[in-house]
Ligand binder design. Structure first.
Ligand code: NAG
Ligand code: NAG
Ligand code: NAG
Length: 393
């Protein structure tokens, strides 16, 4: 500018000053240049975005602003007047360098930014020149994946859907792998939808898993990989949360039926291999609940299943002959599982000890027995003589 002014006569200088005066200048300064060199910028969420803009040449009066978007939806990101807490200028106070830094960038900051030079006009401010725009994409990491399972437990053999969700990521490309313990499970590609903030994506991936009895200790793992991540993110789901293994119930009598009157009989209810480890055990004698019982603590098997025993002691009486003892087990709000045993009492008559003595006496009184004894002695004598003679020969 300065050399031009020097070279011109005073009248020209006056004209120039007028030309630059506010309100006059719809005329274009031929030397003016606005440079917004960045076409595309990618920045990590939480990081700082730098938007470069410089102007040079014959600069008309009027502000330079940064706008996000064009048309009616545009937002002023920075101008000299307002307060923009996240924005600082790279060269504060400069008339030519309007580069800005925006800190703590979030996916919502994605969009196209324009550096715009305004000139003062009678109407207040008029757009004079605008940069080509910088397309900003904010790279966002996916949130920690969460695996959800069915609302209700299911038995081994049943197939259940499990869903892994993660969100807030940009760009769109994401991959999901499923593992059961260490084995890969085949799954459909994830469903990717725009997130709540338009500039990020959410995904969900579903697999179907057939439960097995041994799955109490199994883990379902959803592995999410994204360009913003160094290591994949894992979401885990313990399959025990979805599994129900119903107990096997068996009543054992000790001693076994039939028993003698006055004998103590132990009825043991074996409740085996169940999960989760809570059951309620009740005993019924001919359909009436028994109050007296002795329930052991549930013990855990190496596979993570549970077992317990419940014992009732019963004094055998003649009135209890034919009594049915039922062990009723309720597990995980399911229908009761039962097992029964019947108490039989040996009739008194057959077991009398006097009866046996009587038989013994009868035997001694029998002449056949005496005859038998004599015969036996005779045979033994004969055998001895025979052996003695052979020995001498
Ligand atoms: C920005 O929006 C305002 C109205 O909201 C409009 O007058 C102006 O022309 C827009 N600027 C640009 C560069 O689109
Ligand atoms: C019955 O159970 C009790 C208590 O556990 C035990 O002391 C007793 O020996 C058992 N009786 C039989 C016949 O098993
Ligand atoms: C118990 O009942 C069985 C079958 O009805 C019968 O054989 C047995 O004699 C009964 N025992 C007693 C002690 O009554």
């Amino acid at each position: 500018m300065a050399p031009v002014i020097q070279a011109l006569p005073l009248a020209c200088l006056m004209l120039l000053l007028l030309w630059r005066a506010p309100g006059v200048g719809a005329q274009v300064d031929p030397g003016f240049q606005l440079r917004q060199p960045q076409d595309k910028v990618s920045v990590a969420a939480g990081g700082t975005l730098t938007l470069t803009c410089t102007i040079s040449g014959g600069i008309p009066a009027g502000p330079v602003k940064w706008l996000k978007g064009l048309g009616s939806g545009n937002v002023t990101v920075y101008d000299l007047m307002g307060s923009f807490p996240r924005v600082t200028r790279a060269v504060s106070g400069s008339d030519t360098d309007f580069t800005i830094h925006i800190r703590d960038v979030q996916p919502g900051d994605s969009g196209t930014y324009y550096c715009v030079k305004f000139i003062k006009s009678l109407r207040g401010g008029e757009e004079f020149r605008r940069g080509g725009g910088t397309e900003v994409s904010v790279q966002a990491k996916p949130s920690a994946p969460v695996v959800s399972g069915p609302d209700r437990r299911a038995e081994p053999g049943q197939s259940l859907p499990f869903t892994c969700t993660s969100g807030g990521f940009f760009p769109k490309d994401i991959s999901v792998k499923w593992l059961k313990n260490k084995a890969l499970i085949t799954s459909q590609p994830p469903q990717i939808v725009p997130g709540q903030m338009k500039s990020s994506f959410d995904m969900s991936s579903t697999v179907t898993v057939t439960l097995q009895e041994g799955d109490v200790r199994s883990q379902l793992i959803c592995k999410v990989q994204h360009p913003t991540l160094e290591d994949p993110l894992d979401g885990t789901y313990p399959l025990s949360r979805a599994l129900r293994v119903s107990p096997r119930v068996q009543v054992v009598m000790d001693p076994s039926s039939p028993v003698k009157v006055k004998q103590t009989v132990n009825f043991t209810c074996h409740v085996k291999r169940f999960y989760p480890g809570y059951v309620t055990v009740t005993w019924l004698e001919n359909g009436t609940e028994l109050k007296m019982q002795n329930v052991s603590r549930a013990a855990e098997t190496p596979q993570g299943l549970f077992e317990l025993r419940s014992l009732v002691e019963v004094q055998a009486t003649e009135e209890k002959n034919g009594s049915v003892f039922t062990c009723r087990v309720v597990h995980d709000a399911q229908d009761p599982i039962t097992s029964t045993a019947t108490l039989w009492i040996v009739p008194l008559a057959k077991e009398e000890p006097e009866d046996l003595a009587q038989q013994g006496v009868n035997l001694l009184a029998s002449p056949i027995l005496w005859l038998g004894l004599l015969l036996e002695k005779g045979l033994l004598g004969g055998l001895l003589i025979f052996l003695f003679k052979r020995g001498r020969a």
